[in-house]
Design a protein around this ligand. Structure first.
Ligand code: FAD
Ligand code: NA7
Length: 537
């Protein structure tokens, strides 16, 4: 350690995804700190290491699903299609770790099992599954917002004779081709998977609990000219990203859906349908689909009409038709509804006929047994706080983060918590509901500026006041109250996990406003502790 010779490292980073990689690079190469990073997985990449299921694809467009901080890298590193496959994102992130010479900072196959703030001497103790404990002044957590796997306990699963696995733990020996496959779950992941594997399996049985709105993605090859033009305009593109609502690279609109005649509105929806992308459809055609019920109904009805047109069997079409507002994380996939016209695909409505148990031979619902060789869980994640409550994270006064969050998670700016000095989080509860890489750069950018400020001013710790945390929570709550997202039961409010408190988990004010908050507040709502003198020890 360079800052305090008594500690093992200056900073410890947990997680090897976009967040961990960005943190290690800036701490090591810019602040010159001695950094170690722990990653549970066998490779860096985070989400893009774990989610190797067929059909896995970004639905942020390629040009903005990357870091913005390195202008040369933006010019050099290229892509072929308007979205990135799992493999492509993984390759990109691997490349970043090589380019910045940080690959060796990551200790792979190493899970952090406990972190504890040593209050007497103000440092973090980090314990791993290899039974070792390391110390550092700063702790940066990039544990992942959609990373803690949710695999529901279905009675009898251990009796199943075939293979079963979760999409985010896709095994190398997955053997589903030519088999009778059952998929549980029809969120963004299930939709991608179902469309991808339907042509490869003997029979696919889709177990759907809640029907989702899906719009096309518009996946296509991009010409060299198109890519060159993007690269020539990157300054302006990132400016749009950082100041927009979704940070997806689309300019904001100030047009309300209800200011149009029905005909004009339908024409706009049709245009967006042809263009593709769920975030575009939900947020950038009109500005009020997520907040105005009438506007939301209009969009929902447009998609419902499409389902009816595409899906040939009326009973299947009816089952696929959502009964709730269009207010979850928007799904986008080019072939999804068409897949249900295939002879080898069937849809089981498990809301009407719930799963009773898994048997040796398959899945039994209240209606009867479905014989299967393979069961795939596309059942999502204990999102936002799942990885933060999984192992003891202990702050001042022996406060455990899980206990602190038992009625709903809180944070200051999505980055810090009171009682947890010098602990910084990326994509944690109450961070922005936006495209992720730009949000990671904003949050960790603020955190790293703060670390630099502490070092430059010979300060040992910083932490937000309780009032600051409560103030941020109140703001997030207020912003969420205008959103129809609270009316659906999804991970966005924590409603997908049995027993988890349903509460606001995002700052819904958009990327642009979030960045303004960071700038406006600076470090004014933090309390600081002086550096320890030698004689204090
Ligand atoms: P992650 O990539 O989740 O990395 C966290 C890492 O921390 C993991 O590798 C995990 O193993 C590790 N970890 C956690 N706990 C511990 C521990 N205790 N000890 C050691 N290591 C630990 N976002 C978008 O913006 N656009 C998209 O198109 C998009 N598509 C997605 C598609 C899928 C299938 C999924 C699952 C997510 C998608 N996301 C998308 C969200 C995605 O998670 C983020 O974009 C981004 O990858 C998050 O990076 P991260 O580093 O913060 O977290
Ligand atoms: P999601 O969006 O949480 O979807 C999970 C799906 O699994 C959804 O259809 C759930 O139905 C279903 N589910 C969950 N638990 C059960 C049980 N117990 N029984 C039956 N069905 C169940 O996760 P995804 O992975 O698709 O997407 C999450 C994000 O990660 C997304 O933003 C992507 O970017 C990647 P429900 O709707 O709860 O009725």
């Amino acid at each position: 350690s360079k800052l305090d010779a008594n500690l093992d490292f200056d900073a410890i980073v947990i997680g090897g995804g976009f967040s961990g990689i960005y943190a290690v690079h800036r701490l090591k190469n810019e602040l010159n700190l001695d950094v170690i990073a722990f990653e549970k997985g066998g490779h860096v990449g985070g989400t893009w290491y774990w989610n190797r299921y067929p059909g896995a694809l970004s639905d942020t467009e390629s040009f903005v699903y990357r870091f913005s901080f390195d202008k040369e890298l933006l010019q050099e590193y290229t892509w072929t299609h308007n979205y990135l496959t799992q493999k492509e994102v993984l390759n990109y992130l691997t490349h970043v770790t090589e380019r910045y010479n940080i690959k060796d900072n990551f200790k792979l196959n190493t899970e952090v099992t406990k972190v504890k703030f040593n209050e007497d001497e103000s440092y973090w103790e980090v314990t791993t599954n290899h039974e070792k404990t390391y110390t550092a002044q700063f702790l940066i957590c990039g544990l992942g917002l959609l990373s803690a796997v949710h695999k529901p306990n279905i009675p009898g699963i251990d009796n199943f004779k075939g293979q079963y696995y979760h999409t985010a733990q896709w095994p190398e020996n997955a053997d589903y081709k030519g088999k009778k496959v059952g998929v549980i779950g029809t969120g963004s992941t299930g939709i991608q998977l179902i469309t991808a594997i339907a042509p490869e399996v003997e029979h696919l049985t889709v177990f759907q609990r809640t029907a989702q709105y899906n719009v096309p993605l518009g996946y296509r090859k991009q010409s060299e000219e198109e890519i060159a033009e993007i690269k020539a305009n990157y300054d302006q593109i990132w400016d749009t990203v950082r100041n927009s609502v979704t940070a997806f690279g689309y300019p904001d609109t100030n047009i309300s859906a209800m200011d149009h005649s029905e005909e004009e509105r339908e024409a706009k929806f049709e245009e967006a349908w042809k263009r593709g992308n769920g975030f575009y459809f939900l947020n950038h055609v009109f500005n009020d689909l997520a907040t105005n019920r009438e506007a939301n109904d209009a969009a929902a009805n447009f998609i419902k009409k499409k389902i009816k047109e595409i899906v040939k069997d009326p009973e299947t079409a009816e089952k696929l038709t959502p009964k709730e507002p269009y207010a979850r994380r928007p799904c986008a996939n080019d072939g999804y509804y068409y897949t249900f016209n295939r002879d080898n695909v069937s849809l089981v409505d498990i809301k009407a006929n719930p799963i009773v148990e898994v048997t040796e031979k398959g899945i039994r619902t209240t209606e009867g047994e479905h014989e299967l060789d393979v069961i795939i869980f596309a059942t999502g994640f204990d999102a936002m706080d799942g990885n933060y409550t999984k192992f003891p994270m202990i702050g001042r006064n022996n406060v455990v983060l899980k206990d602190k969050w038992k009625n709903g998670s809180r944070s200051y700016l999505g980055i810090m918590e009171s009682d947890f000095p010098n602990m910084f989080m990326s994509r944690a509860p109450l961070s922005s509901f936006t495209n992720n890489p730009p949000a990671i750069e904003s949050e960790l950018g603020w955190a790293i500026d703060l670390i630099k400020y502490l070092i430059d001013n010979n300060l040992r710790t910083a932490e937000p006041t309780k009032e600051a945390v409560d103030g941020w929570y109140d703001l997030c709550l207020k912003l969420s109250e205008g959103s129809l997202f609270g009316e659906t039961q999804s991970w966005i409010f924590g409603a997908n996990i049995p027993g988890k408190p349903v509460s606001v988990r995002f700052y819904m004010g958009g990327m642009g406003n979030y960045n303004k908050e960071l700038e406006k507040r600076g470090f004014s709502e933090l309390v600081f502790d002086k550096a320890l003198e030698k004689s204090d020890r």
